[in-house]
Ligand binder design. Structure first.
Ligand SMILES: NC(=O)C1=CN([C@@H]2O[C@H](COP(=O)(O)OP(=O)(O)OC[C@H]3O[C@@H](n4cnc5c(N)ncnc54)[C@H](OP(=O)(O)O)[C@@H]3O)[C@@H](O)[C@H]2O)C=CC1
Ligand SMILES: Nc1nc(=O)c2c([nH]1)NC[C@@H]1CN(c3ccc(C(=O)N[C@@H](CCC(=O)O)C(=O)O)cc3)C=[N+]21
Length: 289
């Protein structure tokens, strides 16, 4: 064994864990369909034709099909206004054939995305984007977790990452990622620091992180030389060219555990969405778990 080999972090394999969770979800979907005669159904709503968004939604629908979950796609033109979008989502909220609703973010600057999210009935908010879901999650009440943060927590738990008393630093504070990720870590007794575009001396905060969540949306924004040795690094970034927010090679030499991109947080997001869709369908059908 060479003394000069740099320590290499263990990978947190999101693809493998997502496959396991997916198989479990497929079993639950099949059992529910057999019991009720109706398969769980996820409605996906996409405004415009942004190529990345089109791809994500297609991935989600393919994954649904594999798990025995029906999906219903609603494609709206790019110039759809807030009122029309709210109306469409309101219709899906009231439709008994739909159990979960996903509005793909972002919807474009001319639409009030918050208003559109709030048109999702809380019991169908399987993507965990409504104020109701955020509050429930933050207060430890029953409800759907925001999918990406929920997937991150499943991954951290699977790899037995201790969170209590640890310093978790979340870089990013968006409504569907950074902010709820911090709330879930806080609920698990981590000491949480949020960093964002107005943070002064980001590097000083990042250096103190036992657990680092990168949710910035800038390719290779964070590097190994900024990390505390042995840190657990979760890269939620998914940027053009399929690269994360963390420079993987340099970070893997310093971290104890790290998520790859692709193959880390992304698959866990979709697996969480599907699991929560079956949860919603189970509750809405009145069938026992
Ligand atoms: N794998 C998955 O399932 C998912 C991946 N993503 C990926 O995660 C990344 C983030 O997405 P999302 O949260 O939606 O992005 P947003 O653009 O909504 O948020 C980015 C956040 O990063 C902060 N930020 C931007 N620049 C800096 C900087 N220089 N220093 C510190 N903070 C900064 C912003 O701060 P401020 O608030 O001050 O503007 C903001 O809070 C993207 O790469 C996206 O593709 C997103 C969702 C799911
Ligand atoms: N309301 C809403 N909810 C979201 O959860 C949401 C959203 N809007 N808008 C866009 C982002 C992005 N996102 C991804 C999900 C999975 C992968 C994923 O599975 N990626 C694979 C690679 C897939 C491939 O490119 O082949 C991986 O990382 O291994 C990536 C990105 C969810 N988002």
């Amino acid at each position: 064994m060479s003394q000069t080999t740099s320590p290499t972090a263990r990978l947190m394999d999101g693809s493998a864990l997502a496959r396991r969770l997916g198989a479990e979800t497929a079993e639950r979907a099949a059992a529910l369909t057999a019991r009720t005669g109706q398969a769980p159904c996820l409605a996906t709503v996409l405004v415009g034709e942004d190529p990345a968004s089109v791809t994500y939604v297609r991935m989600k629908r393919n994954r649904c099909a594999k798990a025995g979950i029906q999906s219903r796609h609603v494609a709206l033109p790019a110039d759809t206004g807030t009122a029309q979008l709210v109306d469409t989502i309101g219709g899906l909220s009231a439709d008994p054939g739909v159990h979960g609703i996903l509005l793909q973010h972002p919807v474009g600057p001319h639409v009030d995305e918050r208003a559109a999210f709030e048109a999702i009935a809380p019991e169908k908010d399987v993507d965990g984007v409504t104020a109701h879901s955020f509050a429930a999650m933050s207060l430890g009440m029953p409800g759907f977790a925001s999918c990406t943060p929920g997937g991150i927590m499943r991954l951290l738990d699977h790899y037995d990452v201790e969170l209590s008393g640890k310093h978790a630093v979340v870089v990013g504070r968006s409504a569907i990622l950074g902010k709820p990720a911090g709330m879930l870590l806080l609920a698990r007794n981590a000491t949480v620091t949020y960093c964002h575009s107005r943070t002064t001396d980001l590097a000083a905060h990042v250096r103190e992180a036992d657990v680092l969540i990168a949710a910035v949306g800038r390719a290779r924004f964070l590097h190994g030389d900024q990390l505390k040795p042995g840190a657990v690094v979760v890269d939620a970034g998914y940027n053009v060219g399929n690269v994360g927010d963390v420079d993987f090679a340099s970070a893997a030499a310093v971290a104890s555990l790290i998520t790859p991109v692709p193959g880390g947080v992304g698959p866990m997001t979709i697996a969480t969405l599907l699991a929560q869709t079956v949860d919603a369908a189970t509750r809405l059908s009145g069938a026992a778990g």
